[in-house]
Design a protein around this ligand. Structure first.
Ligand code: NAP
Ligand code: MG
Length: 478
């Protein structure tokens, strides 16, 4: 099998070891072999990036536009192939893999445009005869660390703005999804960037990720992943005064009020809680339902869940693919037991399913009669498991929704304009939805959370400039 190498200083290089990439829908299917780097390779990549950074910082907006547009157009042209590969290595249904590849394409094209619009400010000084310019500059070398659940979109929404605003990049993807990272790198390698501007060091978080975060020449780290790792990343960056941006987990509430359209509420809950196997930071994991609609809602949920087609991600008609790996599957099954031991009742699902191929198939599960202080309502499960919390009224629903250390996304289903406005304003989250799933967001507007879900400035859209640039104030006496 051909070895897919890392990319350092414009060269394809072997790592310290090799790892396979296994299909969670079919454990006998190995997608490829990938080089795994180490701390030394991180050093080499950061050095190459630091050497390339001044030239890329000085590149014209048109040069940056051209490179990013080229990457975006190739991603779009190959969306079907790359999306299929993504779905094979990560396990989301093929249509969703393709949609993600298309989204990555849009993100590069969006930031190609942003590269043309990096504006500063010119204002008059309070001192006569002096000019003041407020300028945006790149940080220099940026470290990009990504999770496995969006193998193309998350790298895209970090790498595209990093490059658009003139930074050099060292990219450390999640070990579980090396194929998407490698393909993206291969496309970037042909986009005309000066050698060293973009580097891929695939490898483990504890070796490669840690070395990247601690490297003195990495001026900023943009990280998406779990809270536990995010905390380590933040502490390491704080210790050496590097800029850091963290997007982490969620325990996202979807509130269903008595006056909700039942079909809309069930549709939002099914999509938000179970699609992509519940492996989304924005998944609706707590369904908070007022007493007047509670029983009808639970009944309709169970009916809808019976119809969900769980299976091989590449099979036509599959709505829910496998869990990503054995560790995550064990975590999901453990949480079901924890919930039941805490007094929750299982309304549906939770069985490990057999399919033609050996894979990590899990039937989506609904726990009912849960209380918000149970562990299944405090801790991120990251699987196809949702809980229902019964509340008396809208006021209690809002209080319970906000009673969490997380604050990524939150939704409400209601037909009342008054309630919609009250929840939009009152929900403590970076993303709020009304009559829409809590997961599934646009690529051209900011994304991120509050409280324990995020740290640093927002990602995506125009707001990305805050992280990927620093401000210089220049005083000139002509
Ligand atoms: P994770 O275990 O925290 O890993 C994230 C990345 O950090 C991986 O590339 C990982 O490497 C790396 N890493 C691990 N230890 C490290 C260390 N000591 N120093 C530096 N890097 C290190 O998260 P995950 O399991 O991949 O993804 C699931 C989590 O991501 C969930 O909590 C989910 O909510 C969150 N997420 C958040 C968002 C958002 O935008 N808010 C979006 C998607 C996912 P390896 O795993 O390869 O070793
Ligand atoms: Mg992990």
């Amino acid at each position: 099998m051909e070895l897919h190498r890392n990319y350092v200083g414009g060269e394809w290089v072997e790592g310290a070891s090799v790892a396979g990439d296994v299909n969670p829908s079919d454990l006998s299917d190995v997608i490829g072999e990938y080089a795994m780097g180490d701390a030394e390779q991180v050093d080499a990549a950061v050095e190459a990036a630091a050497a390339a950074a001044p030239a890329w910082a000085a590149a014209t907006p048109a040069e940056r536009f051209t490179a990013l547009e080229k990457i975006g157009l190739e991603l779009a042209a190959r969306a079907e192939e790359l999306g299929t590969q993504l779905s094979r290595e990560e396990g989301k249904p093929r249509a969703e893999g393709i949609a993600e590849a298309q989204r990555a394409a849009w993100i590069f094209r969006y930031f190609a445009g942003e590269a043309l619009r990096i504006a500063g400010e010119h204002i008059r000084s309070v001192r006569p005869g002096v000019d003041v310019d407020v300028l945006r500059e790149p940080l220099g070398v940026v470290g990009v660390i990504t999770p496995w659940n969006f193998p193309l979109a998350i790298p895209a929404w970090k790498i595209a703005p990093a490059l658009a605003y003139g930074n050099a990049v060292v990219f450390k993807p999640a070990q579980l999804v090396p194929a998407s990272a490698w393909s993206l790198t291969e496309i970037i390698s042909r986009a005309g960037l000066p050698p060293g501007t973009f580097n891929l060091v695939n490898g483990s978080g504890s070796r490669v990720g840690d070395a990247l975060v601690r490297h003195p020449n990495v001026r900023g780290v943009t990280f998406t992943g779990s809270q536990a790792v995010g905390r380590e990343v933040a502490l390491a960056c704080a210790g050496r005064f590097a800029k850091v941006q963290l997007e982490m987990g969620g325990k996202n509430p979807l509130v269903v009020l008595d006056d909700a359209d039942l079909d809309v509420a069930v549709d939002c809950a099914i999509q938000g809680a179970f699609f992509q196997t519940g492996q989304r930071c924005t998944a609706s994991s707590r369904l908070i339902v007022t007493a007047g609609i509670h029983d009808r809602f639970v009944e309709a949920m169970v009916e809808a869940m019976k119809r969900l087609r769980v299976g091989h991600a590449l099979e036509e008609g599959t709505q829910i693919g496998p869990v990503v790996d054995e560790g995550q599957l064990k975590q999901d099954l453990d949480y079901l037991q924890i919930g039941l031991a805490e007094g929750a009742e299982l309304a549906f699902g939770g069985e490990r399913l057999e399919r033609e191929t050996e894979g990590y198939f899990l039937q989506p599960a609904l726990l009912v009669e849960t209380r918000n202080d149970m562990r299944v309502n405090r801790e991120e499960i990251f699987g196809p498991i949702a809980t229902v919390i019964r509340v008396a009224d809208a006021e209690e629903a809002l209080a319970v929704a906000n009673d969490t250390e997380y604050g990524l996304s939150a939704g409400v289903c209601t037909t009342s304009l008054k309630h919609a406005a009250r929840f939009r304003d009152g929900l403590q989250a970076g993303v709020v939805t009304v009559n829409l799933p809590t997961a599934g967001v646009d690529f051209h507007v900011p994304f991120g959370g509050t409280k324990g879900s995020s740290m640093g400035s927002r990602e995506q859209g125009r707001y990305a400039i805050e992280f990927f640039t620093q401000v210089k104030t220049a005083y000139t006496r002509p």
